[in-house]
Design a protein around this ligand. Sequence first.
Ligand code: CP
Ligand code: NVA
Length: 312
Amino acid sequence: MRHLDSLFRLQLNEIEEIFRISADLKSRWNQGSRPRLLDGRVVTLLFEKPSLRTRLSFETAIAHLGGSSLFLSCAEAGLTGREKISDVARVIGGYSDWIVMRVFSHRLVDDFVAYAECPIINGLSDQGHPCQALTDLFTMQEEFDDLKGRTLVFVGDGNNVARSLAVACAQLGVNFVLSAPVGYELPQKFLDTLQRKLGGVKPQLVRDPAEAVKQADVIYTDVWASMGQEAEQEKRKQVFAPYQVNAKLMSLAPAHAKFMHCLPAKRGMEVTDDVIDSPASICFPQAENRMHVSKGILLWMLGTDPVGASDE
Ligand code: CP
Ligand code: NVA
């Protein structure tokens, strides 16, 4: 059974396969084709936090392919004390072809992998956001064709998104540079795991964003305070102020550099309007790609290859 609880599960050839399926379905969707490859299949979305892109990308992906989705909050599912977690996992797993989870603690994802007996997709936890990072590298590949040797500079918090990007970059031969203030780097335990599992070029830490962006093909940022860190918002605003991606910072990057953001963005904080709305910004095609890559992920997990499949 294939899970996508963490990108560490994937081999390079599996990522390439997900990208190939996603690209094939994207071009067919653009031509108006909606092959019913997931007829009768059900994806259950189990969310503890708000979501626009992750929820809708999976719901629209499966709808286009002839399947259906069920959405419920963790509270509605009874995960706040009504039942034992393992019992809830086994029941939902019995009804579903996949479960997409968005949770505060990654431990809940691990529990579902252990008990649900159906493929589990991490739709964001404190540890990572694998579907986002796959989409981001897929989007970069569309932009640059060959990913090898490109450089993604993440300006901001070494958070869940940064961690998944660091893994995806290592898998695909992209240099990952983090520019973060003291205390907000990628955790050492994560770096050790990355080194142990993937080896190769290590993520670079360049404290000064002006210095970091000089080598960027992509400048990426995310919110300074993630969901669940609202109490730290004011403190983080001070700490991250020198890390804002604004026109001045973009002007220090190579002219071809693109701007990316997983969204939602706090405009005027981590990014200014003149950057996110500029021609260099590819964050809206990036957001649309969440849907195309969700299709790739769902099909790859089932072992279904759509290439050559009929549109009927
Ligand atoms: N990027 C992303 O995961 O967006 P949502 O929080 O809206 O799902
Ligand atoms: N780091 C952000 C990403 C949102 C998609 C968060 O966890 O809230």
